[in-house]
Ligand binder design. Sequence first.
Ligand code: PA5
Length: 476
Amino acid sequence: MSECESCFTPLIRLDVNHLMSDVVGERYGISANELDAAQQAATAAFEAVKRNRGQGWLGWTELPYNQDDIVADIEQTATSIRKRFKAFVVLGIGGSALGPIAVHQALNHLHYNELSDEIRRGPRLYVEDNIDPERMQALLDVVDVKTTCFNVITKSGATAETMSQYLIVTEALKKAVGDGWQQHIIATTDREKGNLIKLAQLEGFKTFYIPSSVGGRFSQLSPVGLLAAAVCGINIRLMLSGAKCMDQRCATDRIWDNPALLEAVIQHVLMESGINVHVMMPYADSLKYMADWFCQLWAESLGKNVTRKGMAVNVGQTPVKSLGVTDQHSQLQLYTEGPYDKVITFLKVEAFRATTAIPHGCEEFPDVAFLGGKTLNQLIEAERQGTEYALLRAGRMSQTITLPIVNEHTIGQLLYFLELVTAYVGELLDIDAFNQPGVEESKIASYAVLGHTGDKYRLKQQEMAAAPASQEKYIL
Ligand code: PA5
């Protein structure tokens, strides 16, 4: 199937040839029999996700279907932002930032902010997902807060990084704008929980809600990602319709007919056989940050120390981001000759949105002249195939997800596909793919270090004081 049967748009494809033992070799490849043997477990995973659709932490499964009013509101708000502001700044971290960054890179011009106001489809966009003090100052050096809209995104409404940024920008706004500073802030948060919703109600901010059943890293197709996209003129309805196409393609429990389920079974088999590293390697700058988004989704969802029944497991696969062809000159040596502990996923683009010809020249240097008359499009794909072959020759496993073109629809498909794979793998591992207890510990410890006087932080201060002290002899 190369296009959607209902909307006739091109579909992304998963090619697992280079994972299979009859292609890559018996020693590390997976056999079709092995995958067929996992059908029963796959059916159970499929049924569990289907049964819980839209509930618990599976609210994201329904986002392509249940947001008509929200999408209309987002589009209307985006139109007004485009008229009123010169810059749009997202303040958020983790799941509240990586999706907006990935979609911006994929669907906006690669030098979007540098385009002239006439050509750009919306205000300049900045996604500030760190609290590096220099970066915050640098942002305030390049935007004029009087003409900037800040979208504060935090599901919990309590994240220290985002709330610190909120305090900084509100102070700057109050000074620069005075009355009406609230018109420069849009809050995206949980409808009930957390401090941001209380602040939003108090100050009267325009607010979008993150459904309680949608966790941060699964929230790109909610207002978290949709607003920034719409502000830049991205067609968010198409993105949702791409997600819907993928959902419908994955509506069967037969692994050879459901790409997300097949991919989940493969990754589960690989994890069980000690393939602990998953390299996401887009061969397109537009998909560079899709790898970052995937890394969070994969790491935070699947890196767990207990099953749902509390059995110790310590599972997960370390995701690594790698960019083709850039990282051929950095990481590929390790992938072809290092430990046999990795699977590489290529993201391939079939039709780039530009064709760049390589001019003829340097005829006296045959190896340079040989490139003349070809295109960068041919060169990047030749290098991807070359890398795929080098890995195959070294007995290393890879797979390819092909996007016929990068557009709203295929990006919607890709996001939903990877979310679904993650949910299925969570089922196959019998873990809670939607929590992140390992992150909490660091948050509490940081507040303890900062001297928060709440009970749990004071207890943490005592616990930390009793931890082994650093010894001078180990510091050079
Ligand atoms: O996936 C998750 O839930 C996390 O990565 C969160 O997105 C991240 O910690 C930020 O949380 P919040 O949106 O509550 O500020």
